[in-house]
Design a protein around this ligand. Sequence first.
Ligand SMILES: Nc1ncnc2c1ncn2[C@@H]1O[C@H](COP(=O)(O)OP(=O)(O)OP(=O)(O)O)[C@@H](O)[C@H]1O
Length: 260
Amino acid sequence: MIESAAKAGEIEIKGVGKTYRTGKSVFRALDEIDLTIGANEFVTILGPSGCGKSTLLRIVAGLEEASEGELSVDAESIVGPGADRGMVFQGYTLFPWLTVRQNIEYGPKLRGVPILDRRKISNHYLRITRLESFANHFPKQLSGGMKQRVAIARALANGPKVLLMDEPFGALDAQTKLEMQEALLEVWDKEKTTVLFITHDIDEAIFLSQRIVVMAAGPGRVLREYRVELPAERTPEVREHPDFMKLKRELASLLKHREE
Ligand SMILES: Nc1ncnc2c1ncn2[C@@H]1O[C@H](COP(=O)(O)OP(=O)(O)OP(=O)(O)O)[C@@H](O)[C@H]1O
């Protein structure tokens, strides 16, 4: 892990609401969201399309402002984007004109990190995302899964306390998605960042998380929270575990009833 000494990453969301006003129309996207995500915790927000998952994540990222409420990371108010929070989106957001290594070093370079230290950082993240042999490739030469590995490495290269992930594997085929989920848990285990992950895939939420927050729409709000009581080491067999199946049924039923 790099820059580990300063890491913690507790996110506090208190009474957060969001109202969009366009012309004469007013839309309440989020209402009274209260959530605390512990340092190094892996929390997934699960919910139907339009319940405000992305809006909430963008507010935590500092890319959008809440209409009311308070947000902080380690008791420091969120007032805009910051290096303490790294983001990974569904769409591939790599710079196509830069190599994998240059993409990873981009943030540190902007922050004025000297070349030798930048090299150390990129070597570390190339290694933990298993991309060492692709360091000099350009994004267009990579598969979708590899591009998302680079996106994760690039976000981590800034030493964030918190990783905010908005359906990062949503565009990948089923097999690659499973591989990426395992890869992400491996990285999370090594890096000890807090992860706030968005998905509408129930299996993905259970496999990855320690806690699942289910949101409902109209207006977007927290419906229920579940602690995932599965072995800490999430091998593929975990998907066959009776507790996995039980939670999957419960979540499917909750989400289905909300849609009826
Ligand atoms: N800039 C905006 N102006 C007006 N309404 C918006 C804006 N951004 C989002 N919304 C509305 O807020 C609601 C929540 O959107 P959001 O993208 O957060 O949902 P989501 O749960 O992430 O959905 P999905 O799973 O489909 O990505 C939606 O009804 C959306 O139309």
